[in-house]
Design a protein around this ligand. Sequence first.
Ligand SMILES: [Zn+2]
Length: 421
Amino acid sequence: MCELLVGLPDVNVDGVGDWPGWLRIAITSRASRPLCPGCAGRVWGHGRVEVELVDLPCFGRRTRLVWSKQRRRCPNPNCGVVTFVESDDRIATERAGMTDRAGRWATFQVGHHGRAVSEVAADLGCDWHTVMDAVNHHGRPLIDDPNRIGKTVAVGLDEVLFCRSGKFKRRCWSTQVVDVARGQLLDIVPGRDAASCCRWFAAQPDEWVDGIVWATLDLSGSYRSVFDTMLPHAIQIADPFHVVKLANFVLDEVRRRVQNETLGHRGRKTDPLYRSRKLMTIAHERLDDESNLKLVGLLEAGDPRGEVRNAWHAKEVVRSIYAIDGPETAVEFVSQLGIDLQDDSCPPEIRRLGRTITKWRQQIAAWHQARFTNGPTEAVNNLIKRVKRVAFGITNWTNYRTRSLLYAGKPDWTILGINPR
Ligand SMILES: [Zn+2]
């Protein structure tokens, strides 16, 4: 009955004791006498060693499995092996402080449920490092599993803050590579420069890279050059959110400059331009008649040269890009918009926006072909931030990558014999 409860293959349960901190289960292996791993000759017994392993909690109590291992000696004087101790990977891998099943459970807790390592360690009654070592050991085959990535049609890049390190808390960045069609984190690359991302794409199999049709990005020059060099066949899509965000930012810049030029100070709560700032960021079609009148009135009062109105109009036109039907119309519209915004009558900020739109016109209009956005990348970004927050920050790159990929990389948990549903 005891053996049934302990549930390990080929072991005798020699005793169960109630220790102050945990339940102590003593086992010995039933395996037959092995041959020498060096000379394959017969070996003699040479005493026993007790190995204490952290095991899964049993009936709500922390548990230690105490395995009395047989030590053996090779009598052959020409053999390099002097003594060796029995081992069984089904119970625990050598030098792991934890049984195999407890390690897999801990990996699932940290990787799938996103729990803190310290929390899982407290459940098992062991050290933080014992759990983290187990997560790295059992997590690696899941991360390296070639079936995890599969076929990717659309890929997206985004930067994510890794940690702040050093005396001056310098920010270390990382780049996440995301399958935006399936919302899956493919990998995390150190740094946010083009070179490190290019190296990652270069290391991937050719047929996988050739299968990518779409590549999404925010308006970042370095990621654009990654796609230009490594995925020249893929169609780049500029993320709509970031395009509209840029237009809103430009509107804000114009408003602040005009505010300062007309009144000589930053916005105060009674200034018309300052009062209009929130109304201007709302989509025009969502303003009711009253708010619309209010906005027009505020702009008339605070914007004598019509520059803010001009910028607001530019923002609305940029938004209207995404209401267009049909890719051909979109290319034409975006190209013309880029030229129009660079007109001499526009404020300098708007002309700069026009130059950016002209530079990215193909990428902005490409959205109308496939409608992929960088949204899934931002969603994955959120998951990674959760991992970091639960850990109160991670500074070890290996731990960061393992935990993020187990949490957001959709690994196949059945490899560890776990059914996540
Ligand atoms: Zn031997």
